[in-house]
Every structure is written in structure tokens, then in C-alpha cells.
Design a protein around this ligand. Structure first.
Ligand code: PBG
Length: 336
């Protein structure tokens, strides 16, 4: 039945249910809970390091000891999960830091699982932070320019995911956008005794200018070229649905749409069409824009942030990854 088949003015007056805050809350169709939030964190080797990211106020590159404090505070505020990105001391052309047994992410996962066992630790599985050239796969220089090789990159990604699982990661999240990586990761996890480790795939990930501030935070900007040969073209929605279908067939347990606000249509379609747990990544520039405008006094940071996150929920996201997770959890509890 279409919505219009119900009440009609003057018997139906939508404003009746908007008269008080209590009424509005009672009939609210969408709720934002701290339990749905994931806080991304950047870790680099060292001690007592807190380097603020220029375009992301209140976001830092942290040494493990500081990251533990940050994760503890977020968890106490009600945030159930963190998403880890590593900044290694050395980069090379095989991304060896990505799958090193004692790599920065692996060591931080061990620390977090030992100190805060109830915190869910999600690891970003990618090669760009560990590659000297900053691309998400193995690069071959040819006469026609550089090529990002798909199939040879899969083994490195799978190895990275297993090393994270070995360290105790609760969920692995491949963000590289190589074809077939979910299958490769699932097969290797299963073969190595990690059949119970879930995969959250960055399934519909667009080549987006909204990742700009992140690349400074993760020190992962490509040294040449761009990511358009592997990340999705912003023009395409049907293709995003095929990407999601493919990742689910390959064994993804949860799927992600990224960025979030520019992709509300896809969050809605992915959730309604597939019905799987759906995450949305509210990326670095979504955060930076709000912070910048708020710093100028042009917008109300709290109101805009909550409205944007609620819109992402309304579109269908079950899980929201946001740099504002701790702050939002505090707002939702009426603190801060
Ligand atoms: C790694 C990765 C990126 C982001 C998450 N994982 C950067 C990229 O693809 O260039 C972006 C996150 C953000 O902007 O907040 N591949």
C-alpha cells in the first residue's frame, strides 16, 4: 500500500506527532547508538607520540601507548570497536611491513586485545601505507607507464590478513579494491585456522577526493598517478552493486560503502538489495569539512555531525565508521 493510501488532511495531520520532543522521540524511525560506531586510529612506532593531523583536528598519529589511552577512552564512552591503520618505519616495493609478524599493526592488536579484551579490533588490510610508491598493490613500470598488478597483489593481501588474525584481530577489513581479494583472504584465513575471523570488505569504494586528509594521516598518498585504475568511478551505481555481490559471493561477512555522505543512494541500495550487515565509512574530508566550518563559527558542529550520521543510518547503514566516534558517543550519553 502506498503511503498516500493512508490518512488525508484534515483527519491526518503529521504535525500532531511533532508537537513535543517526547512525541518526536517516541515515533523516531532511526536511532543513533554508540554501539554502531567504529573509531579509526592511526598508529606509528615510538613512545608518547601524538602528532595531530593537519586537516583533522583531534585526530592524531599515535604511538601504541597513546593509542591504548585513546582506545580506552573511546571504549569507556561506549564505542565498541576501533579500526587500525599502521604507519611503518620503512616502506618498500613488497609492502613487507604490512605482513611482518612484529609489524606495527600486529603489535598494536596484541596490546589492545591484552589490555582491553572487550574492545573489537578491526584492521584495515591494505598495502598502500607500506609501499614506497603508495599504491594499494604491486606496481610494474612498463613502457606505457606504471601498472598496478592485480593477481600478484592478492597473496600479499591474504598474508597481511592472516598476520592480523594471528595477532588477534576480531575482524579484517580489506580496502585495496583488487579483484578477487576477498576470496584470496577467505581461503588463506580458512587454511591457516582462522575460519571464524569475519571479513568486512570495503566493497563499494570510490576513487574519492574526500580521502585527502587521510592520506596525510596515514602517509599513504600515491607517489605517482592515482587510484582510478582500482577504486570505483564516482559515476557508477550499478557497478557498485556488482562489486558488493562479488564480495559476498567470495565470502565477505559484512560490506562497506565508502565514502558515506556522497553515497547515501548506495548505502540504501546495498542494504535493501542484499540485507547484509552494511557499514558506511564517513571519511576524512567529511570530518574535515565539518571541523573547518565549525571552527569558523559557520555551523554547529554537534548538530551537523549528528544530523549527518543519522542520515547515514536512515539510508540503511548498520555500522558507521567515523573519526568523531568518541565525541558522538559522549554526546549521545548527554556528556561533552
Ligand atoms: C587505504 C585506505 C584509504 C582510506 C581508508 N583505507 C585511503 C585511500 O584509499 O586512498 C580512506 C579513509 C578516509 O579518507 O578517511 N587504501
Amino acid at each position: 500500500m502506498s503511503a498516500l493510501a493512508f490518512g488525508q488532511f484534515p483527519s491526518y495531520r503529521p504535525r500532531r506527532l511533532r508537537r513535543t520532543a517526547a512525541l518526536r522521540r517516541l515515533v523516531a524511525e532511526t536511532r543513533l547508538h554508540a554501539e554502531q560506531l567504529v573509531l579509526p586510529l592511526f598508529v606509528r612506532p615510538g613512545r608518547k607520540l601524538r602528532r595531530e593531523v593537519k586537516a583533522m583536528p583531534d585526530v592524531y598519529q599515535l604511538s601504541p601507548d597513546q593509542l591504548l589511552m585513546e582506545a580506552t577512552a573511546a571504549h569507556q564512552a561506549g564505542v565498541p570497536a576501533v579500526l587500525l591503520f599502521g604507519i611503518p618505519t620503512q616502506k618498500d616495493t613488497r609492502a613487507s611491513g604490512a605482513y611482518a609478524r612484529r609489524g606495527i599493526v600486529q603489535e598494536t592488536v596484541r596490546l589492545l586485545k591484552r589490555e582491553i579484551p572487550s574492545l573489537l579490533v578491526i584492521t584495515d588490510v591494505c598495502l598502500c601505507e607500506y609501499m614506497a610508491h603508495g599504491h594499494c598493490g604491486i606496481v610494474r613500470q612498463g613502457p606505457g607507464g606504471a601498472q598496478i598488478l592485480n593477481d600478484p597483489s592478492l597473496a600479499l593481501l591474504a598474508r597481511t590478513a592472516v598476520s592480523h588474525a594471528e595477532a588477534g584481530a576480531d575482524i579484517v577489513a580489506p580496502s585495496d579494491m583488487m579483484d578477487g581479494r576477498v576470496q584470496a583472504i577467505r581461503a588463506k584465513l580458512d587454511a591457516e585456522g582462522f575460519a571464524d575471523t569475519p571479513i568486512l570488505s570495503y566493497a563499494a569504494k570510490f576513487a574519492s577526493a574526500f580521502y585527502g586528509p587521510f592520506r596525510e594521516a596515514a602517509e599513504s598518498a600515491p607517489k605517482f598517478g592515482d587510484r582510478r585504475s582500482y577504486q570505483m568511478d564516482n559515476a557508477n551505481a550499478e557497478e557498485a552493486l556488482r562489486e558488493v555481490a562479488l564480495d559476498l559471493q567470495e565470502g565477505a561477512d559484512m560490506v562497506m560503502v565508502k565514502p558515506a555522505l556522497p553515497c547515501l543512494d548506495l548505502i540504501y541500495r546495498v542494504k535493501t538489495q542484499f540485507g547484509y550487515p552494511t557499514a558506511a565509512y564517513s571519511v576524512s574530508a567529511e570530518y574535515a569539512m565539518v571541523k573547518a566550518a565549525a571552527a569558523k563559527g559557520w555551523i554547529d558542529e554537534k548538530a551537523v555531525t549528528l544530523e549527518a550520521l543519522q542520515a547515514i543510518r536512515r539510508a540503511g547503514a548498520d555500522i558507521i565508521i567515523t573519526y568523531a566516534a568518541k565525541q558522538v558517543a559522549q554526546w549521545l550519553r548527554g556528556q561533552g
